[in-house]
Each structure stands twice: as C-alpha cells, then as structure tokens.
Design a protein around this ligand. Structure first.
Ligand code: B12
Length: 224
C-alpha cells in the first residue's frame, strides 16, 4: 500500500504536487486525472478547491510575478483549472443523479455463486446507486414480486452454472410482465453464447463494466 492511501494529508500533498505539475506542463488531461483521483479518494469539493487547485494557481501566480513563466502560461493554467471545475461539477452531478436510481441484484434459482454479485454491489454503491441485494438462489416468481415492489431501473443478474443461463431469460420474462421499466445487466461464466446483448440487455464479461452498463441502461430508459 502506498503511504498516501492510508494518510489523507500525504495524499493531498501528492495530488497537489501532481496538479501543479500538470498546470505548469499545460497538460489538461493530467490535471483532469488528478481531480478524478481526488474524487475517487472521496475528497470533498471544498478540499479539492482549497488544497489542490487554489495552491497550484497561487504557485503559478508567483512564478509569473517572478518572470519565470509567461502570461500565456498563466492563462493556460487558469483555463485548465476552469475546465477542471466544470468536470468536478459534472462528476458530482452524475453521482447525485445516481442516488435516485435503484439497482436490484440477484442470482437466479439454483445459482449459489455470489462473489461477483457482491463486487457489483460495492461498485454500484460507490458510484452512487441505491442497491437492493437479493443474493443467491432467487426463484423467478420471488424476483418478479420484489421488482414490482421496488421498481428498480437496473436489474443485475449473474449466472455461473451453465444450466442457470436459461433461468436468467425466464426470470427476465417473468419480471417484464409486472415491471417493463427496467434494463438488465447480465454476467457470469455460465451465460450461454446465445444470450446476446439486446437494446435493454447488457452482457458484461467483468464486474468493472457494470457501472457504465447500468448508466447506459438508465439513459436508454429515459429516452423511451
Ligand atoms: C466459491 C465457489 C463456490 C461457492 C460459492 C459461494 C458463494 N457465496 O459465492 C460454493 C461452495 C457455494 C460453490 C458451489 C458449487 N460450485 Co462452485 N465455485 C466456486 C469458485 C471456486 C469461485 C467462484 C467465484 O467466486 N469466482 C470469483 C468471481 C468474481 O468470478 P466470477 O463469478 O467468474 O465472475 C466474473 C465474471 O464472470 C463476471 N461476472 C459474474 N457475474 C456477473 C454479473 C454481472 C451483472 C456482471 C457485470 C459481471 C459478472 O465478473 C467477474 C469478473 O470480473 C469457482 C471457481 C471458478 N473458476 O470460478 C467454482 C465453480 C464455479 N463451482 C463449480 C461447481 C461445479 C460447483 C458445485 C456444482 C459444486 C458441488 N458439486 O456442489 C456447486 C454448485 C452450486 C450452485 N448450484 O450454484 C464449477 C462450475 C463448473 C461448471 N461451469 O459447471 C467451478 C468453475 C469450479 C470447477 N472448476 O469445477 N462454489
């Protein structure tokens, strides 16, 4: 583990230095990445503003006053920071929007493998989603009932055992009858190759794809 991962002050120092370097290099992408890292590390907007962005711009100001960088360098650093502030607002807004979104997670009847499902729960919660975890071995009737009650925008299903793949489709049919408003994110080694993605069904290979897939499903539902 890097020291900064367990030491918030050290993390701020490292991010502050990296941000200042990005500004002095005129590197907009690097500056954005620093701020994304800061958001991922759960620093507040105020901390990022006061401890990372402002000190870097103060440094730019000092270097400019001493004639060590040009007016153009100073303008570039400011423009990059203004863009980063807009990005910061956008990232926070997306996370806030997701809190009103529900994702319901389940393994269909006969499926006891739930480690991936738990990983998905963590990822979706971290991204802002409200997660309803039903866990292993959920019969399609019980799943449909729960979906009608909670009306989630996203339903994530996992299938490790090959014979569960058909039960995934069965579960989707059953749920659709009571609540047609959801989109589906599916994954697992047991999913049959016949089960291809369709407009409201995303098939993922890895848990790391789940947030993008859930966002896509929600966006699509908004267009309908
Ligand atoms: C732990 C384990 C169990 C535990 C599960 C406990 C639990 N709470 O999950 C227990 C003991 C219950 C179990 C039982 C059985 N198991 Co088991 N089990 C495993 C083991 C060792 C690890 C599974 C795991 O957690 N992997 C880690 C996760 C993270 O990986 P993953 O599930 O593959 O998910 C990845 C992707 O598929 C994807 N993903 C998966 N789901 C989803 C969903 C979404 C929405 C998204 C976006 C992505 C996604 O993301 C992950 C990677 O990013 C595997 C070995 C293996 N190769 O996987 C065997 C394995 C899956 N089990 C197997 C078997 C045979 C069984 C049993 C039949 C054993 C028995 N005779 O009783 C039973 C069947 C139970 C059942 N009906 O489900 C076989 C399956 C073979 C097959 N394909 O037929 C395996 C492969 C072992 C082997 N080599 O034989 N098992």
């Amino acid at each position: 583990m890097r020291r900064s991962e367990s030491d918030p002050e050290q993390l701020l120092v490292e991010l502050g230095r990296a941000y200042a370097k990005a500004l002095l290099d005129g590197d907009e992408i690097a500056a954005e990445l620093v701020v994304r890292d800061a958001i991922d590390a759960r620093l507040s907007t105020a901390e990022i503003d006061d401890e990372i962005i402002a000190p870097a711009l103060w440094l730019v100001g000092r270097l400019w006053a001493r004639g060590e960088i040009s007016v153009a360098d100073e303008h570039l650093a400011t423009e990059i920071s203004l863009r980063v502030l807009a990005l910061q607002r956008e990232v926070r807004r997306t996370a806030r929007d997701r809190t009103s979104r529900r994702a319901l997670l389940a393994a269909p009847a006969g499926e006891l493998h739930t480690v991936a499902l738990q990983m998905i729960a963590n990822l979706l919660r971290d991204a802002g989603y409200t997660v309803l975890m039903l866990g292993a071995d959920v019969p399609s009737g019980a799943l449909a009932e729960s979906v009608c009650r909670h009306e989630p925008e996203v339903i994530c299903l996992t299938a490790t055992m090959p014979d569960v793949s058909d039960r995934v489709m069965l579960a989707i049919h059953e749920v659709e009858r009571g609540w047609p408003g959801a989109g589906y994110v599916l994954g697992g080694q047991g999913l049959s190759a016949r089960l291809r993605a369709r407009p409201r069904i995303h098939v993922c290979k890895r848990v790391s794809e789940v947030v993008d897939a859930a966002d896509a499903v929600v966006k699509r539902a908004e267009f309908n």
